[in-house]
Design a protein around this ligand. Structure first.
Ligand SMILES: Cc1ncc(COP(=O)(O)O)c(C=O)c1O
Length: 365
């Protein structure tokens, strides 16, 4: 089947590899996993994903509703700041409402009806390669650090959430930090029903010591008699999607530059935000800069070597295009929005969604 570029191609077989690790972690450690929708909310593959997940976690009332409607199971709501309207809306869909601050907890705890109440704690430790994504960066507004004030609201809490990792594939570091949390928050943890350890743990990365990870989670859970939750985003979907593009032009300015029918700013925004290159394997003797077709001068996916010369019409595939991509795609320059295509477990390829001029027009008014 010939599909018009550009498109995101999600491969359910690849997705399944990650989901099986999530299931193994639940079986071995008892830790439940709720998908972080902020990372990935392409719901056309949720029928598969929900078989392996315990639910979703969200950052807004729309995400909470999406989790409730498309996955069901447990719906954890967390937001850096809720409005009164958010709380009303979120209470309809959520099992747990996690507050980011004591002031928000006090403002809204009486209005959350049957939801369990949680609080985000900021342990002031973190693992992140980027200051931008570091929850314990200077002046961080993410979570409560002051232990005395946490103890004061403890009777209201059924659980707490720590999110302090970003792409952490270093089990030793995680283990050390869990020991730190146990020492520092022992009194608090012992009186809760559940503890979420957030996302950012790269347990689906090849070579990650999953069994050791499970033992650590289990002993933490048993020590404090709490249900442990993980909030995987990237780990759940890593390596399961490509952005497939086509070369539209090749220009030369001290080097060969191939311009494709997509853009980092519109279709893989995090490359720009975090100043990274797309992870194309670079092999061969023909070197090209691969650039996007937006007006941004720095719209560059990276520079790579290819086995043969590129020409107009050559297909370029950008791997690992699931996390924080489709959720951030935008209509910058009015560029054609990549379609969403899924390769199902049975090998069937389905074009699930194409975007047209009407979608561009309706995104604004
Ligand atoms: C509170 C919270 N939970 C979970 C996640 C998911 O993290 P990741 O996609 O790195 O696993 C994030 C990411 O920022 C987060 O802020």
């Amino acid at each position: 089947m010939k599909i018009e570029t550009p498109y995101y191609l999600i491969d359910e077989k690849q997705l399944l590899k990650n989901l099986k690790v999530i299931r193994r972690i639940r079986e071995k450690s008892g830790a439940k996993s709720v998908l972080a929708l902020k990372c990935f909310s392409t719901w056309c593959v949720f029928d598969l994903m929900k078989q392996y997940l315990d639910g979703t976690t969200s950052s807004s009332s729309y995400e909470a509703r999406l989790g409730y409607e498309k996955i069901g199971k447990e719906v954890h709501a967390y937001s850096v700041a809720y409005s009164k309207e958010d709380i009303k809306e979120i209470s309809k869909f959520s099992d747990k409402i996690i507050f980011n601050s004591i002031s928000q907890l006090k403002m809204f705890s009486k209005q959350v009806c049957d939801c369990q109440i949680g609080l985000r704690l900021n342990p002031q430790i973190s693992y992140s390669h980027f200051d931008l994504a570091d929850p314990s960066r200077k002046y961080s507004r993410l979570g409560v650090s002051d232990k005395k004030s946490i103890l004061r609201v403890l009777p209201k809490l059924s659980g707490v959430m720590f999110h302090f990792n970003c792409e952490n594939a270093d089990f030793k570091n995680f283990s050390k930090n869990i020991d730190y949390l146990s020492r520092t928050y022992g009194k608090i943890l012992g009186s809760l029903n559940w503890v979420s350890l957030g996302g950012g743990l790269y347990f689906t990365k090849q070579g990650y010591p999953v069994d050791k990870f499970c033992r650590k989670l289990k002993s933490f859970s048993e020590r404090f008699n709490v249900q442990v939750y993980l909030e995987p985003g990237e780990s759940a979907i890593t390596q399961s999607c490509e952005l497939v593009t086509k070369v539209l032009d090749i220009v030369h300015n001290k080097m060969d530059i191939a311009i494709v029918d997509a853009s980092i700013e519109a279709h893989m925004l995090d490359l720009l935000v975090y100043r990274e290159n797309a992870k194309i394997k670079s092999t061969g003797r023909y070197k090209y800069m691969i650039a996007g077709r937006s007006c941004l001068a720095g719209d560059v996916f990276g520079t790579y070597n290819f086995k043969s010369r590129l020409k107009v019409g050559s297909i370029i595939r950008f791997p690992d295009a699931a996390g924080y991509t489709m959720v951030k795609k935008n209509w910058f320059n009015g560029l054609k929005m990549p379609a969403i295509v899924v390769k199902r477990l049975n090998g069937k390829v389905e074009v699930v969604r194409e975007f047209k001029y009407d979608d561009f027009v309706n995104a604004l008014s």
